[in-house]
Design a protein around this ligand. Structure first.
Ligand code: ADP
Length: 365
């Protein structure tokens, strides 16, 4: 096993730079998920680690070896792709054994490794004798993982491995991958555009946007302290509401553009008093309150536009005061609400995120 180190990694296709200098240390045994929207450079970054793309600048090391100039086969990694990349004419057993055969391993050793991987992945003898087209999507993905496991690599690289599966199977396979990585403890880098998949799988997430690292951190760290507007909007479902606002003159209140305001933690934003900001509030952090309780202070009035009853909770889409921008509030359980109703809402001051609308950076720590 081995850690992976990226230092100032740059990629350009011709004159177009698509990765702009990525630094990241992935420790031995860690599960790092690279997440970001389509086209942000996730696959390119992963393929550079694998050796399938040349590195334009910077340095990548696996364990204590710089691998910039090593062929993929010399890097001691195993990659699992979205399209499984299985050999269609070979049995499942031979699909897993093939890579070991061409490396000249003894037959008994190959057999032991394949049997062990099959056991880990619950692939029985009947399945081992079939060819890939006689398998379901989930079983094919399991075989692709089996082929990676038998190699006993120092790292696994996963490129959107669950994209071809239906929603239910994705959730099941996600749990299997998580358990497998935990049990084997092999350093893993996993690429996905799906933030829920990223949040549930990764020890840490690297959020990539247009080839630039927005933030690296544990899932909850990103949820609780997004460093940028991009991370704030990308992590969490339904997405965080991002509202035009201004910090009040004493720094103790945020004035929302519809005319209402909410209290901020005392002192934290004093240095930013009077500043134009973007206020970020997660749908689940609004609380419905009795208007008279708060005496008109610290309450924002939500005019309801549309209500979605989801059973376990209710999504209310509406707007504040005169503001036209739509925002979403998530309330527990079922709620008897009508459109055009006005609901007084409060938010705990420490759950309000403020960002500089120009730089996109978080304010106030
Ligand atoms: P992601 O995996 O996040 O969807 P990619 O890594 O596939 O993104 O692509 C990142 C950017 O690099 C995109 O703008 C894409 O068009 C560009 N790109 C990828 N491969 C090539 C290539 N072989 N030649 C030119 N541009 C490429």
């Amino acid at each position: 096993m081995a850690g992976i180190n990226l230092r100032g990694v740059v990629k350009a296709y011709g004159k177009t730079q698509v990765i702009h200098g990525v630094d990241c240390t992935i420790v031995d045994g860690e599960f790092l998920v690279i997440v970001g929207p389509s086209g942000c450079g996730k696959s390119t970054l992963l393929r550079m680690i694998a050796g399938l793309e040349l590195i334009t600048g910077g340095e990548i090391s696996i364990g204590d070896r710089v691998v910039n100039d090593l062929e993929p086969a010399e890097r001691d990694i195993a990659m699992v792709f979205q399209n499984y990349a299985l050999y269609p004419h070979m049995t499942v057993y031979n699909n897993m054994a093939y890579g070991l055969k061409i490396r000249g391993l003894a037959k008994a050793d190959i057999d032991a490794r394949v049997r062990k991987a099959a056991e880990i992945l619950a692939l029985d003898d009947d399945l081992l004798r079939r060819t890939p087209r006689q398998l379901s999507g989930g079983q094919r993905q399991r075989v692709a993982m089996g082929r990676a496991i038998v190699r006993q690599p120092s790292a696994f690289l996963f490129d959107e491995p669950l994209s071809n599966l239906d929603a239910k199977l994705r959730v099941q396979m996600r749990l299997e991958i998580k358990k497998l990585q935990k049990d084997l403890g092999i350093t893993s880098v996993y690429v996905t555009h799906d933030q829920v998949e990223a949040m549930t799988l990764g020890h840490r997430l690297l959020v990539l946007n247009a080839g630039i690292v927005e933030q690296i951190g544990a899932p909850i760290e990103l949820y609780e302290h997004p460093a940028t507007l991009f991370v704030a909007g990308f992590i969490g479902s339904p997405a965080m509401n991002l509202l035009p606002a201004r910090i009040g003159e004493d720094g103790g209140r945020v004035e929302l553009s519809g005319g209402d305001g909410l209290p901020l933690p005392p002192g934290r934003f004093a240095a930013h008093a009077g500043r134009t900001v973007t206020a970020g509030i997660r749908p689940e952090h609004f609380e419905m309150v009795a208007d008279d309780q708060s005496n008109g202070h610290g309450v924002a009035r939500l005019a309801v536009d549309v209500v979605e009853q989801l059973g376990a909770d209710t999504l209310v889409h509406g707007h504040f005061g005169t503001d036209r921008g739509v925002l979403t509030v998530r309330l527990n359980g079922t709620q008897d609400l009508q459109s055009r109703q006005v609901l007084p809402m409060s938010v705990q001051p420490e759950l309000i995120h403020l960002f500089d609308p120009d730089s996109g950076r978080r304010l106030g720590g």
